[in-house]
Design a protein around this ligand. Structure first.
Ligand SMILES: NC(=O)c1ccc[n+]([C@@H]2O[C@H](COP(=O)([O-])OP(=O)(O)OC[C@H]3O[C@@H](n4cnc5c(N)ncnc54)[C@H](OP(=O)(O)O)[C@@H]3O)[C@@H](O)[C@H]2O)c1
Length: 313
């Protein structure tokens, strides 16, 4: 099968190959024909990270493909819950699973949910990792309550656009920090107030927030503590970079969403079907144009997620 294989001895490290091993599902898994998978700039750096490669080796991660996290596609084998032909969306095990920048993945059924009815699979592929991360950050880590004020930094990115909408669904009042070119779109998603980070850096921002989520992965607790209410919490998207804050202060919280979660994915799907949650696709690239897609995912100024189309739905 075709896929983007990682080979650290070669340059560039990622190459398209057409001779990759075909995944065989184990007990509790199904094989999915991937039609769409998102690309985000961070995962190519993560794929080269020595600690993650060691963990993947220790956990016997299968396959040469080490990129691709969230995807949508068509189930290809019968499982207990899903049957061949079902349209699904999912988020793999970030360390130990097959990766979906390939034509097929084998994946535990528990990491999947039905693709939302009526939503094209290209759009459904942007929900699983981004939506789950935003949902867990807001509801389980920050424990956001109706009427609370939430600041989302990096609000125009793949996770940020989900976080704005889910915070609004949870009843919060959202302030979005993002480039002004996206403010009208972010207001439509539910941001009550939008601020351009180039005009108003975090040090000059006014306000008081019950939760600050940083999806730009640039901030430290010390530079935003003045914006938190006495019980307010800071949730950095990169907890390793902010490990000192997370270990030293109860105000900085650990966030790590590293695999699919069927029940929560179904919640996201229900919100889509109720018209409360939409997918934001920045651009879609054919699988053959993967190099352009990777280059684009590293550029700043996008709104939402870059999608790779591996096959027709
Ligand atoms: N902890 C977890 O469980 C978990 C799970 C998933 C993802 N993540 C992490 O979440 C982060 C966000 O992921 P993503 O996919 O949403 O990334 P993304 O699509 O690249 O979005 C990043 C956002 O940050 C903004 N940004 C970048 N540099 C900035 C700066 N210096 N000041 C202000 N804003 C800046 C970008 O705006 P511009 O384009 O205008 O620059 C963009 O809106 C990544 O670090 C990812 O690794 C964590």
């Amino acid at each position: 099968m075709r896929g983007l294989a990682l080979d650290l001895r070669a340059h560039p490290h990622v190459r398209m190959r057409d001779d990759l091993s075909f995944p065989s599902p184990k007990a509790g898994e199904v094989r999915v024909r991937v039609t769409h998978s998102t690309i985000n700039g961070h995962e190519f750096a993560l794929a080269r990270e020595p600690l993650l490669r060691l963990l993947a080796w220790l956990r016997r991660a299968p396959g040469e493909v080490r990129t691709g996290l969230e995807f949508a596609g068509i189930v290809d084998t019968d499982g207990l819950e899903f049957k061949a032909g079902d349209a699904v969306m999912g988020y793999v095990d970030m360390i130990a699973g097959w990766r979906p920048h390939a034509e097929y993945v084998a994946i535990p059924e528990a990491y999947l949910a039905p693709a939302p009815a009526g939503m094209p699979l290209a759009q459904a592929s942007t929900l699983p990792m981004s939506g789950l991360t935003a949902l867990v950050a807001l509801r389980e880590v920050a424990r956001v309550q109706p009427g609370q004020r939430v600041l989302i930094v990096g609000a125009s990115g793949g996770v940020g656009v989900m976080a704005i909408q889910i915070a609004r669904i949870l009843g919060a009042e959202v302030t979005a920090l993002a480039s002004s070119r996206h403010h009208a779109s972010l207001a439509k998603l539910g941001a009550a107030r939008c601020v351009d980070y180039r005009e108003t850096p975090i040090s000059a921002l006014q306000g008081s927030f019950d939760a600050i989520l940083d999806f730009s992965s640039t901030l430290r607790l010390a530079e935003l503590a003045h914006l938190l209410t006495p019980e307010g919490v800071f949730i950095p998207a990169d907890p390793i970079r902010n490990l000192g804050d997370v270990l030293r202060s109860r105000r900085a919280r650990w966030l790590m969403v590293d695999r699919g979660d069927g029940p929560r994915l179904r919640e996201l799907g229900a919100w889509v079907e109720a018209g409360e949650l939409v997918s934001v696709v920045s651009e879609t690239f054919a699988f053959g144009d993967w190099e352009q897609a990777v280059a684009r995912s590293h550029e700043r100024g996008r709104l939402g997620r870059t999608v790779l189309e591996l096959a027709n739905a």
